[in-house]
Design a protein around this ligand. Structure first.
Ligand code: UTP
Length: 489
């Protein structure tokens, strides 16, 4: 059987023969491009995904109340409930791991950032701080500073490998951005970009959608595409080769993220965790934040919509919400755990379904833009691996110190460039006041370069007994010497 006939027969077997419906009128190049698309799709697998996704749509209607248990206190640490001595011990453990080059960072930066509405990858976004640093630059500088802190604390210079997951849309601009900015002063061998996979979009009745006569409509497979991408792009092998044992995985859009947070890493290492979630306390019962909890004996993230109001409002004796561990896309994994997921469980990950308006070509080959949802996109979520953990722990941090997400354009109620800026200003004002400085008036507009301070440390000599006016930008001594084409303050 010719190759084309083989493909036809597979497509027929899975009721997808329509993918070749325009074959006779395609040019040679278009035929090649379509065959390339088809070769990148495991038809059997994606059709089975579609079946599972539709089944999960039905399941999602159920409320989970009767099956839920909170995370037990011995697995649920919190910065606010831990003594300074123990916090220091966690930090020390974390810094030792960094100094021994055992820590890597997995940045999830493959999203399309639809709500923010910027045409560039979110990591390149400048929220308008005095320095005009992008999210990528802020994170790069935190990594740089942390390596320095680990060196100061242990006397050993370790490397933090920064593994950045991009997607079809974000790969090229991200790579160009890093090159243009000289990898923000990091060693370029320690920055690894890799691309996540795509999944075809389906009509509600299970047909793969074409967005050109010769092109299959595909979308990124969600931030849970991380595990497959780590495996298929051989990133796990590279992590192993470098001797990295612990990975801090987080989203690109949290402007306050403590990248490779030594306290979090130290806590997880001391607890012997294979997987962990950094969380913030849910602010109020109906807040749209998934909570980490136990369902039928397994850990998972439960969305607010999966709870009844009564359960969401339940409180402990101390007055805190019973289901309060708000998930913020910030996780710890051991390499062994990632390998277990990637090689054993990846295919079992849940498929989340979003009904979307997906452009398609009609039977005559014309492109149509639907006015209402006409199909589904399937995504995997990074946290859906919790159920495979043998020792999951949860670490609660203070929201004003560690979490402010950039999701929406200005004008929206929350999670905008304006709220991101404000959250940086108020945290950095707090750091300066704690170090003995003052402001003529507050709230202040102030920004501390991550190259100067990772989390408020080392500021006393610079700010003590001084009174500042806004706007204030505190930079490291050698900062202006770093090459930042077109991006210096
Ligand atoms: P979100 O779900 O908030 O998506 O991603 P988004 O792309 O940033 O924004 P919208 O929903 O289109 O407006 C949370 C994190 O997961 C990453 C994002 O880049 C972000 O860091 N992500 C999301 C991926 O890496 N891949 C994906 O396929 C989806």
């Amino acid at each position: 059987m010719s190759n084309l006939n083989k493909i036809k027969s597979t497509l027929q077997q899975y009721d997808q023969a329509h993918i070749l419906q325009f074959w006779d009128r395609l040019t040679e190049d278009e035929r090649k491009s379509l065959l390339q698309d088809i070769s990148e799709i495991d038809i059997e697998e994606v059709c089975s995904y579609f079946k599972r996704a539709v089944e999960s749509l039905a399941e999602d209607q159920e409320k989970l109340d009767n099956r839920l248990k909170p995370i037990p206190p011995h697995l649920y640490g919190a910065v606010s409930r831990t003594s300074p001595a123990l916090l220091s011990s966690y930090e020390e453990t974390g810094l030792i791991q960094v100094s021994e080059s055992k820590v890597g960072v997995l940045l999830m930066a493959g999203g399309q950032g639809t709500r923010l509405g910027s045409s560039k990858p979110k990591g390149m976004y400048d929220v308008g701080l005095p320095s005009h640093k992008s999210l990528y630059q802020i994170q790069a500088e935190r990594i740089k500073r942390l390596t320095q802190l680990a060196q100061e604390s242990t006397g050993k210079t370790g490397r933090i490998t920064w593994l950045i997951m991009t997607s079809e849309h974000t790969m090229e601009p991200t790579l160009n951005f890093f090159r243009k900015h000289n990898f923000f002063g990091l060693n370029k061998d320690d920055v690894i970009l890799f691309e996540q996979g795509l999944l075809p979009c389906f009509t509600f009745d299970g047909k793969i959608i074409l967005d050109k006569q010769y092109k299959v409509s595909r979308a990124p497979d969600g931030n849970g595409g991380l595990y497959r991408a780590l495996r298929d792009r051989k990133v796990l092998d590279e992590i192993e080769r470098r001797g990295i044992k612990y990975l801090h995985a987080h989203s690109v859009d949290n402007i306050l993220v403590k990248v490779a947070d030594p306290v979090f890493i130290g806590y997880c290492v001391q607890k012997g965790a294979d997987c962990a979630a950094k969380v913030v306390e849910k602010a109020f019962p109906s807040e749209a934040l998934g909570v980490v909890c136990n369902v039928d004996g397994k850990y998972q993230v439960v969305e607010y919509s999966e709870l009844t109001q009564k359960t969401a409002e339940m409180r402990n004796n101390d007055g805190r919400l019973m289901f309060s561990a708000g998930n913020i896309c910030n996780h710890f994994f051991t390499l062994d755990f990632l390998k277990k997921i990637a090689y054993k469980h990846e295919k079992e990950l849940k498929l989340h379904v979003a009904k979307k308006k997906i452009p398609y070509v009609d039977a005559s080959g014309n492109l149509c833009i639907p006015e209402k949802p006409n199909g589904i996109k399937m995504e995997k979520f990074v946290f859906d691996v919790f159920s495979f953990s043998e020792n999951l722990v949860v670490w609660e941090v203070n929201r004003d110190e560690e979490f402010s997400a950039l999701k929406n354009a200005d004008g929206a109620e929350k999670d905008t460039p304006t709220t991101a800026r404000k959250d940086i200003y108020s945290l950095h004002e707090k750091y300066i006041i704690a170090a003995g400085g003052n402001f003529e008036s507050t709230p202040a507009v102030c920004e501390i370069s991550p190259l100067l301070s990772y989390a408020g440390e080392g500021l006393e000599n610079i700010v003590k007994t001084k009174t500042f006016t806004s706007p204030l930008l505190l930079k490291a001594d050698d900062e202006s010497s770093i090459v930042l084409n077109g991006n210096s303050p």
